[in-house]
Each structure stands twice: as structure tokens, then as C-alpha cells.
Design a protein around this ligand. Structure first.
Ligand code: FES
Length: 125
């Protein structure tokens, strides 16, 4: 598992996101509650950069391009037009440094639960 330095803790305010550049760009999220999450930077719908511009709502990220929504705890796509989960990575905070441990897993196809629950989830959003 490859580990990369992302930033210092004070470089990412709660409720904001950033892109960590590299061979595989990674979106780093810090929720309003101070929790850290990381995923591949590209939205699984049309490869929009989630780290550079997205909205955090509790532990969900909303892609502003077409409003797909993902669960940051699992990567699961919660509403259309995205149907494929984000690949999530582990975040390790050591002192004032934030590191990301890159996952080697690959998204394994459409998330079938999206089809049945997407309309309701998006209507609430
Ligand atoms: S590119 Fe993210 S919802 Fe379309």
C-alpha cells in the first residue's frame, strides 16, 4: 500500500476539500465535524474533480456538475447520475501532517442499490 503526504492539518479547513496531485489524483475531504476522508479525485459519472470543487454535507460529497452524491464512509453512490462507487482511501493524521494510504482495490461495477433508492435519496437532498 502506497502512502503519500497530503498536507498539514491547518491547510484544509473543516467543511472543505482539496485535490492531492500525483499519479492518481486524490480528493481529500475534511468534514465540518473534523473527520477526514479521501477518494479518487474523479467523480465516477464524468470524471469531474471532486477535490477541487464539490460540496460536503455531513459525511456525503455532492458533485456540483450533475449533483451526484456519494457516501464518504463507503464511497457508495447515493443518487443518479452516478451509479459506481468512489474508490476510497485511508487517511492517517500524525501530529500536524495528513497522509493518505492509497487503496489498490478497483470499483467493481454499478452499485445496484442506487437504481432502487436514487430517486428518494435525491429528492431529500
Ligand atoms: S460529473 Fe459528477 S455528477 Fe456528473
Amino acid at each position: 500500500m502506497e502512502r503519500i503526504f497530503a498536507c498539514r492539518v491547518d491547510e484544509l479547513e473543516p467543511g472543505t476539500t482539496m485535490t492531492v496531485e500525483g499519479p492518481t489524483p486524490v480528493a481529500l475531504y475534511r468534514t465540518e465535524d473534523g473527520d477526514w476522508f479521501a477518494s479518487d479525485d474523479s467523480c465516477t459519472h464524468e470524471q469531474f474533480s471532486l477535490g477541487s470543487e464539490s460540496d460536503l454535507e455531513d459525511e456525503e460529497v455532492v458533485c456540483p456538475l450533475h449533483m451526484a452524491r456519494f457516501d464518504l464512509r463507503t464511497g457508495k453512490a447515493l443518487c443518479f447520475p452516478a451509479t459506481i462507487a468512489l474508490r476510497m482511501h485511508s487517511v492517517v493524521v500524525e501530529g500536524d501532517e495528513v497522509h493518505i494510504e492509497l487503496s489498490e482495490t478497483v470499483a467493481d461495477g454499478p452499485d445496484v442499490q442506487v437504481a432502487s433508492s436514487a430517486a428518494a435519496d435525491c429528492a431529500v437532498a
